[in-house]
Design a binder for this molecule. Structure first.
Ligand SMILES: *Cc1c(COP(=O)(O)O)cnc(C)c1O
Length: 426
C-alpha cells in the first residue's frame, strides 16, 4: 500500500502530506541529535533498574497499609538513582503534578515563611495552591506569603530584582522549567543551575524546588543535577512514559522528602504507608520507556514548529531553537483556528477519535480551556494532545505522541482541519 493511500483514509490531502514530508526531510540532523539524547537517557534508566535489582517481585500488587512494599520502595530508589538524589517519593497516592507540587510546597513552608518565584507567574493550577487566586487551604491561608519576579523582556533572569526580593522570610524558591501556558521561553537545566547558584550564594539556607513537568529526559541532565533540593513532576507526562495511569514524583534531599512523606500521609507515618495496589509494572515499564517516548514527542514538536512557521504562524519555541521541554505552542490568532487545530488532533487519536473537543471551564483554570486528547490514560498529555486557554494570543499548546509516527499524523491532521475550515490555504 502507498503511504498516501492510507493517509487518504484520514482525509489527509496529497498537498498536506507532501509539504509535511519535505519539511521532515530537512530535519534529519536534529532528529539524530534527539535520538542520541534518548540513547543516553534510556541507558541511564536501565542502569538504575539494574543497580537497584528490579525483579518480577517488584510488580506484585499490595493492599492495605502497604508496609514493606518492595515494588514501591525499589521504584523510589530507581528514581533517586536516575535523578541523582538522596531520596524520592513516587506514588499513585500523588494524584497528579499539581498534587506533587502542592505537597512539596506545603511540606516545606511554615506560617511566616515566604515563597519566591524568580521566573514569573507559575503554572495556572498553582495560583490557587499558593493563594494568588484565593482558595480554601491555600498557602496564603496558612500564612505563607508569596513574591514573584518576572523574567526580563528578553527572557533573561532579573538578577537585580531577584536579589532585592530575597529577604529574611524567604524559605523556598520555586522554578518552573517549562513555559506552561505562557509565551516565555522554557529554561534549560544549565540556566536553572545558574539561577540556583545565584540564589544560594545570596542565601544559602534557601531551598529550591523545580517544577520539572514536561522537561524529563529532554536533556541528559535534570534540575537535581544542578542543585535543586526538590525536582517535581507528573507521571501522566514524560516520566510515566504513557503507561502510568496516575501518579507524581518528588526527588530530592532526604530532609525535604521526609517532610513531603509526612505531608502526603501523616506526620510520623511518612513514606512507610501507601500500598501500590496493582500498578507497579506500569510505573516501571513507563519509566523504562520514558526517554524514548519523550524523544518521539520532541520530534513532533519540532516538526510542528517548522510546519506552522512555514505557513506564517508565530511559534514558541521557533523552528530552529534548542528544546528544553516537549511543548510546542502555535499562535493561531482566533478561537476558530484553535478549535480546528484541536479537532484535527482529536480526529487522529486512537481513543475517542469521533468526538469534537469544545472549550469549557476546568477546575483550577481561570479561562475556558479547549483540550484535545484521545488517550489511553484519560487526559494524558504525554500522549498526543493539544490544549490552550481561550484568550489572547489564542495559542494552542501541542504536546506528546507516544510514537513519532503518531505525532506526525496528528500534526498533519491539525493542518488538514485548518485547511478544511478555510483558515489555511495551501
Ligand atoms: C501539567 C503541569 C503542571 C500540573 O500537572 P497536572 O498533572 O496537570 O496537575 C504543573 N506545572 C507544569 C509546568 C505543567 O506543565
Amino acid at each position: 500500500m502507498q503511504k498516501n493511500t492510507i493517509y487518504e483514509k484520514f482525509g489527509i490531502s496529497n498537498k498536506v502530506l507532501e509539504l509535511s514530508d519535505s519539511i521532515i526531510s530537512s530535519l534529519r540532523e536534529r532528529f539524530d541529535k534527539i535520538d542520541e539524547i534518548a540513547e543516553i537517557n534510556a541507558a541511564k534508566v536501565l542502569s538504575a533498574f539494574q543497580e537497584n535489582r528490579v525483579s518480577a517481585a517488584c510488580f506484585a500488587g499490595t493492599t492495605g497499609y502497604g508496609h514493606d512494599d518492595l515494588g514501591r520502595d525499589t521504584l523510589e530508589k530507581v528514581y533517586a538513582s536516575v535523578f541523582h538524589t538522596e531520596a524520592a517519593l513516587v506514588r499513585p497516592q500523588i494524584t497528579c503534578g499539581t498534587h506533587a507540587l502542592a505537597t512539596a510546597l506545603s511540606a516545606n513552608l511554615l506560617p511566616g515563611d515566604e515563597l519566591l518565584s524568580p521566573v514569573g507567574r507559575p503554572y495556572d493550577t498553582l495560583e490557587e495552591v499558593i493563594g494568588i487566586r484565593p482558595s480554601a487551604c491555600s498557602l496564603a491561608e496558612f500564612g505563607v506569603t508569596y513574591r514573584e519576579v518576572d523574567l526580563l523582556p528578553n527572557g533573561d533572569f532579573d538578577y537585580e530584582g531577584i536579589k532585592n526580593a530575597i529577604n529574611e522570610k524567604t524559605k523556598l524558591v520555586t522554578i518552573q522549567r517549562s513555559k506552561g501556558y505562557s509565551m516565555r521561553p522554557t529554561l534549560s537545566v544549565e540556566r536553572i543551575g545558574e539561577l540556583i547558584a545565584f540564589i544560594k550564594n545570596i542565601k544559602p539556607s534557601v531551598k529550591v524546588m523545580v517544577d520539572n513537568c514536561y522537561g524529563e529526559f529532554v536533556e541528559t541532565i535534570e534540575p537535581s543535577d544542578v542543585g535543586a533540593d526538590m525536582t517535581v513532576g507528573s507521571l501522566i507526562k514524560n516520566a510515566g512514559g504513557g503507561l502510568a495511569p496516575i501518579g507524581g514524583y518528588i526527588c530530592g534531599t532526604k530532609e525535604c522528602i521526609d517532610r513531603c512523606s509526612n505531608r502526603l500521609n501523616a506526620p510520623g507515618i511518612g513514606a512507610d504507608v501507601g500500598a501500590s495496589l496493582s500498578i507497579m509494572k506500569d510505573f516501571y515499564q513507563g519509566f523504562f520507556l520514558a526517554p524514548t517516548v519523550t524523544a518521539g514527542a520532541l520530534k513532533g514538536a519540532i516538526f510542528a514548529a517548522n510546519l506552522y512557521e512555514k505557513l506564517g504562524y508565530h511559534t514558541v519555541p521557533n523552528a530552529t531553537e534548542d528544546r528544553f521541554d516537549i511543548i510546542q505552542s502555535v499562535e493561531l490568532g482566533s478561537k476558530e483556528a484553535m478549535c480546528a487545530f484541536c479537532e484535527g488532533i482529536q480526529a487522529a487519536a486512537p481513543v475517542d477519535s469521533y468526538v469534537t473537543p469544545i472549550p469549557y471551564l476546568i477546575p483550577g483554570y481561570n479561562d475556558d480551556v479547549i483540550m484535545a486528547a484521545g488517550a489511553f490514560v484519560q487526559g494524558s498529555s504525554i500522549e498526543l494532545s493539544a490544549d490552550g486557554p481561550i484568550r489572547e494570543p489564542y495559542a494552542v499548546y501541542f504536546q506528546g505522541g507516544l510514537t513519532w509516527n503518531h505525532a506526525k499524523l496528528g500534526i498533519m491532521m491539525s493542518l488538514q482541519y485548518l485547511v478544511n475550515a478555510g483558515i489555511v490555504k495551501l
